[in-house]
Ligand binder design. Structure first.
Ligand SMILES: Cc1cc2nc3c(=O)[nH]c(=O)nc-3n(C[C@H](O)[C@H](O)[C@H](O)COP(=O)(O)OP(=O)(O)OC[C@H]3O[C@@H](n4cnc5c(N)ncnc54)[C@H](O)[C@@H]3O)c2cc1C
Length: 301
């Protein structure tokens, strides 16, 4: 049977207008950016908002990639395509964004799926979120009552649940420019390309000073909770150590499994997911090292 959706769409004239609308409508309304996730959930009856706030008219103010004062700022309505075209993904330090682009869905999706939607959907397998976590990003939430910055690592509360109130919108995400001698990577394992979201995803950032790991951040699709998270204990183990194969093997094989909990489901067993996580983490660290050392130009694999 065809599920006929009945809902009204509000087209705001400005960000203020959109925020006023949310204040008036509260839980009755859902913001929609590209709609690549929301409309699927509505079609399947998982979400049933009576009113949809179309954010697309706000792209004039909320689609951007800006760099300055030591920060990289990405507007919530920036599409995956625009993020890739922005030049950020060609900076050796941020090649992880090129990885995200290459592995993200299909071309038609990349043209409308947004960075803010990737965050707002609060799904464990949100590629861009996992990379942004490794970059220690924070998110700007705005309502008619003001604004607040929330670390991305504190934004999720459950699968498809965030700390956003029904009157708040995500307007941008930002992270500090990373130092010379650092780089990023995003690796995703799946059996098919184009229309599926992967089994395990790792996003990693590392700064090498000589042969020493000056800083490292590791994010996975899940650490045990049903949303993306950081492997803080594994990061602590690696920080300050020489980048040597024994150190990396110890971190992947023994330290990571002590803090990571994986689930069994119809797609894969917990054991398989944990094994994949160890392998992908090792590959990610080796790939970043090669990127820092200039062994790999512009994201080629
Ligand atoms: C076939 C297919 C393949 C996919 N492949 C991938 C993939 O490879 N990698 C991946 O990460 N994702 C993938 N996705 C999921 C989806 O495309 C992404 O999560 C995308 O980034 C969502 O962005 P959007 O703009 O379409 O969000 P929308 O669908 O518009 O919104 C998603 C959620 O976020 C909320 N929201 C959106 N914008 C804001 C805002 N500014 N403030 C507050 N809340 C907001 C909405 O209310 C909704 O709950 C895929 C989806 C499909 C259908």
């Amino acid at each position: 049977m065809i599920n006929i959706l009945r809902f009204n769409v509000y087209i705001p004239s400005s960000l203020e207008d959109a925020l006023e609308f949310l204040k008036r409508e509260g839980v009755e309304a859902a913001p929609m950016a590209g709609g690549t996730d929301l409309l699927v959930l509505m079609r399947d009856g998982v979400k049933r908002p009576r009113k949809v706030l179309d954010l697309w008219p706000l792209r004039r103010e909320l689609a951007f990639v800006k760099r300055g004062d030591g920060w990289v700022r990405i507007g919530a309505l920036t599409t995956i395509e625009e993020l890739n075209a922005s030049g950020l993904a060609r900076d050796r330090r941020y090649l992880g964004f090129m990885d995200a682009y290459k592995q993200f869905g299909a071309p038609y999706l990349r043209a409308i799926a947004t960075v803010g939607g990737n965050i707002g959907t609060a799904h464990p397998l949100s590629d861009v979120v996992i990379l942004l976590l490794a970059l220690d990003a924070e998110v700007r939430l705005v309502s008619v009552d003001g604004e607040r910055w929330v670390p991305l690592s504190k934004l999720f509360r459950g699968k498809r649940e965030t700390v956003l109130t029904p009157t708040e919108l995500i307007t941008e995400v930002r992270f500090k420019e990373t130092p010379k001698g650092s780089s990023t990577v995003l690796l995703k394992f799946d059996r098919r390309w184009g229309h599926s979201m992967g089994y395990v995803i790792v996003g990693a950032y590392m700064h090498l000073d000589g042969g020493r790991i000056a800083d490292v951040r590791l994010a996975f699709d899940s650490m045990g909770e049903p949303y993306p998270g950081r492997a803080f204990k594994t990061e602590d183990f690696l920080k300050g150590k020489e980048f040597r194969s024994e150190v990396i093997s110890e971190a992947c094989s023994n330290v990571l499994p002590r803090e990571m909990r994986r689930i069994d489901d119809y797609r894969a067993s917990a054991e398989y997911r944990l094994d994949l996580s160890k392998v992908l983490m090792k590959r990610a660290l080796l790939k970043i090292k090669s990127r820092i050392e200039g062994g790999e130009a512009y994201g080629g694999s």
